[in-house]
Every structure is written in C-alpha cells, then in structure tokens.
Design a protein around this ligand. Structure first.
Ligand code: GDP
Length: 444
C-alpha cells in the first residue's frame, strides 16, 4: 500500500516527539530534518519538501510551540495541517448539474488505468450516489479498449454509448451527450484515447471534444507508480486542455506515494478519486484530511465507517442484536456476523483505518483467515440444536464434533470462547442505536 514506509517513519517521529518535554530550536531542527528525509525518501518533489519544511518552521514559530508545555501535539497539528494542504485543499467532490447531465471526460496516457477508472467511476456514482450514468467509448484507436469498456459496463449494469471506429471521437462524444440529455442521465463519463506518450494529434482531438459542448470535469488519470513522471504528464495535458482534477490510480501498489503528495502543489490540481485495487469497487473519493491522518498513523475512522456502511447489511446487524437481546443469538448468527466483517476486506486492510491499532503482519493475517475457516468447519459440524444452544456442548459432543471436523477439542473451545466474547460485546451494544461495533471493538 502506498505511503506505508512514510507512515511508519512519521509514526516514529511522532513517538519521539512525545518524549520531548520541551522543544527548542535545536531539537526542532533535528525533527524537521527527519521529516525532510522521510518525504524525500517517499519520492516527494524536492521543491515541495523544501516549502513544506519552511511552512512548518514558520508556523511552529508563529504558534509559539517552544513555549508550550506539551509541544508535540502542536507540532503534530501543524504537520497534519500542512499535509492536508499538500494533498490539496481544493474541493475534491464533483458538483452535479441539476438540469442536464454532468459531463466528465477522462484523459491520460495508455496504461494509466483510464478505461478501468471510467467503469469504476460509473460504478461508484451508480451504486453509492444513485446516479443514472452513461459511459461513452471514444477511444476509436484501440477497439480492444471499447470491448473492455463494454464488458465492464455490462458487468455493472451501466449503459454504454459506442460507435466502434465508424465516426471520429468528437462526433461520438457529441452523440453520446445528446443521448445523455434525451435519456435524462445524471452523468456522462467519456473515455478518451490514450497514447504511450503525449502527442499533438491526441491533444488536438481532446481539445476538440472539450470545445464541442460543455464538459464539467476534465480529469486526468495518472498512475501513482509512475512517480514524478505523473507530474510532468499532468502539466503537459493541463497546458493543452484545462484540467479540473486528478484520478490517481494504483495507490494500492507498493508506490512510495511521492506523486500523490506532490501533484496538488506542483500542478495546482487536486486528486478527486483514488484507485485502490483492481476490483470495480476499488475507487474511493479522495479526502486530503483523511489521507493525511492515515499517513500520520492516526487512522482514518471516517473511511472505515463508510466501508462498514457500504458492506454491512444494517438490517442483518440489527437482527443479530435483537436476537441476542431476546436470547436467541446462536453460533450460526456469530458465523454470519463474522462473515459480514470479513466482507469489509482483510483485517490487515481494515486496521490501518483505526487510530492506534497495531499493525498486523502477513503471518498474523494468514492466521486470522485460517481461524475464520476453522470456525466455519467446526460450526458446520454441529447439529442445529448445538448451534442454537452452545451451552449443551459437553465433552462427548465436543469429541464427536472434533472428529467430524478434523479439529481438536481445543479448537472447539476456542470457538466457544469467541462466542462468549461476542456475547459480551453484544451486551455492551444493547441499547445503542443499531451500532455495529461497541466502543472497545478490537476485531475478532
Ligand atoms: P488504460 O490504458 O489507461 O485504459 O488502462 P486500463 O484501464 O486498461 O488499466 C491498465 C491496468 O491497470 C489494468 O490491468 C487495470 O486492472 C490496472 N489498474 C487500473 N487501476 C488500478 C488500481 O487502482 N490498482 C491496481 N492495482 N491496478 C489498476
């Protein structure tokens, strides 16, 4: 995941800061040096780093952190504010038109993830924002790109406008816009052609599309893995067609994140969406403040809550709470609950959103996944009555279940212990309004 190394370094710096009772110019200087190194190692543009450090210095002086009794919080606050500024303070959300379709054109180099992002955006707008979306395939140079978009559009149930390569991209875009207006679509997303490098013909074509009717958002799709090159590409496109924002893809990869951290201040364009995986649902609205918190190891509880809302069936969760309250919460219900939590993503990817949560290693993650499977096999080897009333599980029954599931008595006891823990958690939730997690939820 992007920013992992940077986040580790920031966490260490903050920890060290907390150990300082008082800050003076010399220990502040060494902290700033560490921050500078961390950012440079994360491939952040050197000029951006220089300004960043200077801003912190000035602010720290202005806010008199040296006089403070607890200066570390003050410094963290300043660094957090500067990180948010770095990631782009401009409004990242799309403004939707009321009386006509909102038109979004995606541009970018081939391989940046443009076509995939067009479909991901359509999916996000349709499913999370309830918009009626039309996709338009204007990459007439690569028929494979049209087929790819067709397939993706089909898989998410979104309409696609395409004319193969019978007409020019400009004509296709104009006709798609007419269809979007007549069909009362909320959003039209235009996928344009990409090239391996920037060329004048491509720019002119994009320019023509842009001039032929009102296009509300011109978003460039850039690959976070391309590092500083992403900044040059964005500037080159922006020189020819005024862009309104960035979709940064592949932030799930092992990129150091420098491009994402430098793009707003070097191009003046904010990141509006970030691609975080290969699945169609792996596109997030980009919130600079949430990302800053995550980089500082402070978690991102808001994104966590969003993910819970998207993936957890609230009715199901409430049903479980009610079942417990009425004394009916069974092992089957526990399994269903655990599966819901698993649907959110692996525990490893979940924990990074929760402030103060320890990191878990790949081995620990494997262990958790294995435990989940064990639970399922064991619970499936029980009778209906046993699952409903686990208290009847005495030794002879446990031996039978252990044999049936190929597990040991100790494994079965572990399931029962988790069940008891979950019941305890449910008890704490009792009376709280439909909340899925109690305040001290620490996974399962
Ligand atoms: P285009 O040539 O710009 O249209 O690029 P594509 O949409 O065909 O994407 C190129 C490759 O990048 C495909 O294999 C995508 O699955 C992959 N890709 C796109 N976005 C992401 C992302 O956010 N994360 C990851 N891991 N892969 C992505």
């Amino acid at each position: 995941m992007a920013f992992e190394a940077l986040s580790d370094k920031f966490s260490k710096i903050i920890k060290r800061l907390k150990g300082e009772h008082k800050l003076n110019e010399s220990n502040m200087d060494s902290i700033l040096k560490e921050i500078r190194m961390a950012l440079l190692e994360a491939d952040v543009n050197y000029k951006v780093v220089k300004d960043f450090i200077n801003n912190i210095k000035t602010k720290a002086l202005g806010e008199k952190v040296y006089d403070e009794l607890n200066p570390s919080e003050m410094v963290v606050k300043i660094v957090q504010e500067e990180l948010v500024k770095l990631l782009g303070t401009g409004k990242s959300e799309i403004v939707y038109q009321k009386n006509r379709p909102t038109v979004i054109m995606l541009v970018g180099l081939q391989g940046s993830g443009k076509t995939t992002s067009a479909a991901k955006l359509a999916y996000l707008m349709k499913n999370k924002l309830n918009k009626k979306v039309l996709l338009a395939a204007c990459d007439t140079y690569r028929l494979a790109a049209i087929d790819q978009l067709k397939e993706l559009a089909n898989s998410i149930g979104v309409d696609l406008f395409e004319l193969g390569n019978q007409k020019s991209p400009v004509e296709i875009a104009i006709e798609a816009n007419e269809k979007a207006i007549n069909g009362l679509y909320d959003v039209l997303i235009i996928d344009t052609a990409g090239r391996l490098s920037i060329d004048d013909l491509l720019m002119e074509e994009l320019n023509q599309i842009n001039l032929s009717f009102t296009i509300d958002e011109r978003l460039i799709v850039v690959d976070a893995l391309s590092g500083q090159e992403a900044l040059n590409v964005t500037n080159a496109f922006n020189d020819k067609i005024p862009l309104t924002g960035v979709i940064m893809t592949k932030l799930d990869s092992d990129t150091r994140g420098g491009a994402a951290l430098s793009i707003a201040s070097t191009t003046g364009l904010g990141i509006k969406f970030s691609g975080v995986g290969e699945k169609i649902s792996d596109l997030d609205i980009f919130y600079p403040d949430r990302m800053a918190d995550r980089i500082l190891g402070m978690g991102d509880i808001l994104t966590f809550v969003d993910k819970v809302k998207e993936n957890i069936d609230e009715k199901e969760a409430k049903k479980n709470v009610n079942k417990f309250v009425s004394g009916e919460f069974s092992l089957d219900d526990m399994l269903a609950q655990m599966k819901q939590i698993q649907k959110l993503g692996s525990m490893k990817s979940l924990l990074k959103f929760i402030p103060g949560m320890p990191k878990i290693s790949d081995e620990q993650q494997d262990q958790l996944d294995k435990e989940m499977k064990n639970f399922e096999v064991i619970i499936n080897s029980m009778t209906y009555e046993e699952r409903l009333h686990p208290e009847i599980l005495k030794n002879s029954r446990k031996v039978r279940i252990a044999k049936g599931s190929g597990k040991t008595n100790a494994d079965i006891n572990r399931v029962l212990k988790k069940y008891e823990q979950m019941k305890m958690m449910m008890k704490q939730m009792k009376g709280k309004k439909g909340g899925m997690f109690p305040p001290n939820f620490k996974g399962f």
